[in-house]
Write a protein that binds this ligand. Structure first.
Ligand code: NDP
Length: 249
């Protein structure tokens, strides 16, 4: 991809799953990477595993806590000598029938997937504007931000809201040379997905996907890299669906 060499990239939720594959991809493209996750062990393990590929640092951070989000962005900017690209990826999910959804569970999902995404994006965008060199921000939405799925009311609501957050950011940040887009993946086989669904469910799910397979973290990492690169220089305010054709039905 054009324009990623030497760039400073902050990836939230970079210690596992899609975020970890994305950290790997950006390192392979010659970028410098700063990751965060919730668990110290996971963050350290990822840094250790990927450090042979290039310059990678990271720390523990709960993105939904304002002070931690501010401190993360401050430290990432210091380590990277400026953040050029934000991959706002951290998120959580679990299934729960709508009629049984508790307000505590609702608040938790919204707090990480929407408030956390907003906090990291606002802190990073402020620093990008102050630095005056533009940048690229990609927010993680989901296929479920575009179409409903049973037992995911809180998750779907959070991911739909991320798309409107992205569009509003695009309107306000475009004049500063900061491109903002969102990714909408379908079912990607990651620890998150495997923690929710049984192997039997996953096998049956594939029948809904015209390409006949689930997504891989690397598929999403490619899309993140594309949206952040100069190859997507005129993409702004857009949501990119990457679901093997599932929503085409
Ligand atoms: P994983 O559970 O595999 O990884 C989630 C990552 O986010 C981990 O690094 C985790 O850290 C981190 N994280 C979770 N909560 C917080 C928090 N409060 N603060 C900081 N970091 C946090 O998930 P996926 O890779 O599957 O998902 C990544 C993103 O992609 C999410 O936003 C998800 O909603 C979205 N997505 C996933 C799809 C899928 O099918 N897998 C489909 C569409 C979208 P730790 O490991 O330390 O807990």
């Amino acid at each position: 991809m054009r324009g990623l060499q030497g760039k400073g990239v902050l990836i939230t939720g970079g210690s596992r799953g899609i975020g970890q594959a994305t950290a790997r991809r950006f390192l392979e493209e010659g970028a410098r990477v700063f990751i965060c996750g919730l668990e110290q062990d996971e963050v350290e393990h990822t840094i250790q595993t990927l450090s042979a590929l290039g310059d990678i640092h990271g720390q523990v951070c709960d993105v939904s806590i304002e002070q931690q989000a501010q401190q993360l962005v401050e430290e990432a900017e210091r380590q990277l000598d400026g953040i050029d690209i934000l991959i706002d990826n951290a998120g959580i999910a679990w299934e729960e029938p709508f009629l049984e959804t508790t307000s505590e569970h609702w608040d938790k999902i919204i707090s990480v997937n929407l408030r956390g995404m907003f906090l990291i994006a606002r802190e990073t965008a402020n620093r990008m504007v102050a630095r005056g060199k533009g940048g690229a921000i990609v927010l993680m939405s989901s296929k479920n931000g575009l179409a409903g799925e049973v037992k995911y009311a809180h998750y779907n609501a959070s991911k739909g809201a991320v798309i409107m957050l992205m569009k509003t950011m695009a309107l306000e940040l475009g004049p500063h040379g900061i491109r903002v887009n969102a990714l909408c993946p379908g079912y990607i086989l990651t620890p998150l997905a495997q923690s929710i669904d049984s192997p039997e469910f996953i096998a049956a799910y594939v029948n809904n996907i015209p390409l006949g397979r689930l997504g891989r973290p690397e598929d999403v990492a490619s899309a993140y890299a594309f949206l952040a690169s100069d190859d997507a220089a005129f993409m702004h305010g857009a949501e990119l669906l990457i679901d093997g054709g599932q929503l085409a039905q």
